[in-house]
Structures are given as structure tokens and as C-alpha cells.
Ligand binder design. Structure first.
Ligand code: GDP
Length: 196
């Protein structure tokens, strides 16, 4: 499986430092603590690829992982912690906007949301950007193991209802990095976007 070949390529503070904008790239976005690192590690079958940080909001860089010569995953900076000062947060926002607006090889965006806290302000920003740019979006509702199956399913339906008028391609699914549920569905989406 291609995802399992992922290896760290480089970190970039801004668009200029990103690897050449060619081939196919899928980016992962989410608020701090949404479970982004855990999901990337689970999907690539590597325990330590993306750092699961105990210090919230520490990852302030775009981290690139190479799958093969023309395919990459990108770990976007996590947002949402009040502890980070306003200026830093605004800079993150600009760097992210810049990347999202300019990256030609970006074919899809995975937005991760903790099943207990879906559709917060940051998530709405990403939804708006996806709508404006017509960028396909896949909502990965993480930590699904935290709820009973019925409640989890219900949250998924609520989220889908909330975003039903989204003008760009959008899909959503439940996911758990802890028990691996939802991996097949996520792999399918990534495979489509990466033209595997
Ligand atoms: P990030 O800040 O978005 O990269 O989030 P992390 O991957 O570091 O995860 C944040 C916290 O949530 C950690 O304590 C993880 O162990 C926990 N976590 C992540 N994914 C899951 C999951 O699928 N199930 C459960 N129960 N906990 C999870």
C-alpha cells in the first residue's frame, strides 16, 4: 500500500519553502488535539511519522511526507489553542491561507474534527475556503471510539446535514486512530485524490 511508504520529506514555514509544486498532494487540517497526528500515523501504518504532541499547538510548520516521487501528504499546522498569542495565530492563518490559495498540486483537503467537538470556528473557516476555491473536502470525524456506535452515527448524520449545501465536493466519515475503524474508507478517498 502506497500510504505505508510515507516518509518525512521536509518542514516548511511558508509557501516558498515547500517542495516543488508538482504531482499530487493531499493536506490534513484540524484544530489542535483533533487527532490529526494519530490519524496520519494510523493511515500510514507508522507510529511516529507525525508527532503526536503533548504540547498543544506546537506544530507550527507545514510538514511534508513523501509517498512516491509525485505524491505527498501534508500535515498543516493545528489551530485552536488560546494559549498561542494573537500575532502568532494570525501569522499561522496567513501561512495557511497562502498555501491553500497557491498550491497547484493540492487535490483534496482532509479536515479532522473530534467527534465530541465538530464544526468549530476553525472548521467553518476551512469549509468556507473549500467552498470559495471549489476544493474537495473530506471530513474525518475522529475519536469515534469515544462514543457508542449509535451516537457516533448520529453525529455523522448531523454533520452531513449541516454541510448539505456545501458547493464543493464533500464527503464525511467516522474514524478512530485507536481501533483503526474507518481506515478503508479514508484510504479509498486518499487513493482517488492521489490518482493511485
Ligand atoms: P493533534 O493535535 O490533532 O495531532 O492530535 P493528536 O493525534 O496528538 O491526538 C490528541 C489526543 O487525542 C491524544 O491524547 C491522542 O491519544 C488522542 N486521540 C487521537 N486519536 C484518537 C482516537 O481515535 N481515539 C481516542 N480515544 N483518542 C484519540
Amino acid at each position: 500500500r502506497l500510504l505505508h511508504q510515507a516518509r518525512f520529506l521536509k518542514s516548511a514555514q511558508n509557501v516558498e519553502q515547500c517542495p516543488p509544486d508538482a504531482g499530487f498532494e493531499v493536506a490534513f487540517a484540524g484544530r489542535s488535539n483533533a487527532g490529526k497526528s494519530s490519524a496520519i500515523n494510523r493511515l500510514t501504518g507508522q507510529r511516529t511519522l507525525a508527532r503526536t504532541s503533548k504540547t498543544p499547538g506546537r506544530t507550527q510548520l507545514l510538514n511534508f511526507f513523501e509517498l512516491d516521487e509525485e505524491r505527498r501528504l501534508v500535515d498543516l499546522p493545528g489551530y485552536g489553542y488560546a494559549k498561542v498569542d494573537k500575532v502568532t495565530r494570525q501569522q499561522w492563518q496567513r501561512d495557511l491561507d497562502d498555501y491553500l490559495a497557491r498550491r497547484q498540486s493540492l487535490t483534496g483537503l482532509v479536515l479532522l474534527m473530534d467527534i465530541r467537538h465538530p464544526l468549530k470556528d476553525f472548521d467553518r473557516l476551512i469549509l468556507e475556503w473549500s467552498a470559495r476555491a471549489g476544493m474537495p473536502l473530506h471530513l474525518l470525524i475522529t475519536k469515534a471510539d469515544k462514543l457508542k456506535y449509535g451516537a457516533a452515527k448520529n453525529t455523522l448524520l448531523q454533520v452531513l446535514k449541516d454541510v448539505r449545501d456545501h458547493p464543493a465536493p464533500l464527503s464525511a466519515q467516522l474514524f478512530s486512530a485507536t481501533n483503526g475503524s474507518g481506515c478503508d474508507e479514508a484510504w479509498r478517498q486518499l487513493g482517488t485524490w492521489l490518482a493511485v
